[in-house]
Design a protein around this ligand. Structure first.
Ligand code: CAA
Length: 386
């Protein structure tokens, strides 16, 4: 697997190409056959989790020293992209494992890293990320969940909303207020386990897309955790949460790329087969122009995403702009491309007998989560390139 060292280019290496080939083969054989059913039944893609875990692809970002595959940020993007190409819900397994565990990687003590990164790498449990609340979505610092120190423990109380993979994950990074006077500087991050007393979950949200990935509320009712489960220093949780998103917005861009590529590949095959007016509709220039535009937007989004992945790997100072730009651009491109792909199939694209309408519904979430694209523009405007 492509490694972390000497990562000074964003050129896709031979190792990255080989990784793509093997993930594509696995995704087509073991994940694609269940994608429509998972969507139709709104059920968790257990087959995907099993296949990804068996091939050490469920949390590729975990460094080798903690028992992980040690994939660099570009390799992680490629894994997510290839899984999303066949099933967006399943791609949330490697993506959210990275999101949930990134705060520990960035700011956790050595002991937390060893315990939790090791567990995720072994496949003992997935890791979710709990930032949003009913009244704190885009305005994340307005959160109300409280963490109060009590001797050797922290006691957490509150409600987290829109938590991806909630209920199936074993581990949760929870951002909570430790000093209400200080707004963002009074927020701290903690690791909470599903088995901690007082943790429970709401009913799964009934969503437009990514129906295979459960999105639920997480209730924290007097949850007492050992003091050493704080991630970093008290008051640093909001900064850690934002730094995490700088890295993981790149993974949402990857997901958007994968969904768009899946839609383009399917539509390309269809227009070559479908005959009207005595010839394949691919022979008409109107169709060719649509395909050209779709491929152009996709490639532009890919280049921006891979450049952002290289910045994520290197920890460049301008990652904040580039992570937001990649997520914003790639998700907008994926929306346009999937809408056009549905159009290319005409009436068939609008039915559930074909995968395009699912891809179009799945693409929509990439414009919304890990910060709406309006928030991405706020982030970009505050961090314009020099
Ligand atoms: N890196 C490091 N520190 C950062 C940072 C970054 N990128 N961004 C902010 N900070 C720190 C800074 O220390 C800053 O304080 P200073 O004044 O000392 O610089 C402090 O945080 C506060 O920052 P802001 O003043 O910029 O905070 P704000 O209240 O204006 O909010 C925001 C900024 C960009 C709108 C932020 O609230 C935000 O990103 N909102 C969107 C939240 C989001 O993305 N939610 C997604 C949930 S996760 C999800 O969707 C997952 C899923 O389902 C898969």
């Amino acid at each position: 697997m492509a490694g972390r060292k000497d990562f000074d280019l964003f050129r896709v290496s031979e190792e990255h190409d080989m990784l793509r080939e093997s993930v594509r083969a696995l995704a087509e054989a073991k994940i694609a056959p269940f994608a429509a059913e998972v969507d139709e039944q709104s059920r968790f893609p257990q087959e995907a989790l099993d296949a990804l875990t068996a091939n050490d692809l469920h949390a590729v970002h975990v460094p080798e020293e903690y028992g992980g595959a040690g994939a660099d940020a570009l390799a992680t993007v490629i894994v997510i992209e290839e899984v999303a190409r066949v099933c967006a819900s399943s791609s949330l397994i490697p993506a959210v494992n990275k999101l949930g565990s990134m705060p520990v990687m960035l700011a956790g003590s050595e002991d937390l890293k060893r315990r939790y990164l090791g567990a995720v790498a072994r496949g003992d449990g997935m890791f979710s990320y709990c930032l949003s609340e009913p009244e704190a979505g885009s305005d994340a610092a307005a959160m109300k969940t409280r963490a109060v120190r009590d001797g050797d423990s922290w006691v957490l109380d509150g409600v987290k909303r829109w938590i991806t993979n909630a209920g199936v994950s074993e581990f949760y990074t929870v951002m909570a207020v430790t000093d209400p006077e200080k707004r963002s500087k009074g927020i701290s991050a903690f690791v909470v386990e599903k088995s901690d007393e007082g943790v429970s979950f709401g009913a799964p949200e009934k969503k437009l897309g990514i129906k295979g990935s459960p999105t639920r509320e997480v209730y924290l009712d007097n949850v007492r955790i050992p003091a050493d489960r704080i991630i970093g220093e008290e008051g640093t949780g909001f900064a850690t949460a934002m730094k995490t998103l700088d890295h993981t917005r790149v993974t949402i861009a990857a997901q958007a790329l994968g969904i768009a590529q899946g839609a383009l590949d399917y539509a390309k095959g269809y227009v070559r087969e479908r005959k009207q007016f005595g010839k394949p509709i691919a022979d008409f220039q109107g169709i060719q122009f649509m395909l050209a535009d779709m491929a152009m937007k996709l490639e532009a989004a890919r280049q921006l995403t891979y450049a952002a992945a290289a910045k994520s790997e290197r920890g460049d100072a301008d990652l904040t702009f580039h992570g937001a730009a990649a997520k914003c651009f790639a998700s907008d491109a994926a929306m346009e491309i999937t809408v056009d792909a549905v159009q290319l199939l005409g009436g068939y694209g609008y039915t559930r007998d074909y995968p395009l309408e699912r891809m179009m519904r799945d693409a929509k979430i990439t414009q919304i989560y890990e910060g709406t694209n309006q928030v991405q523009r706020i982030v970009m405007a505050r961090n314009l390139p020099k």
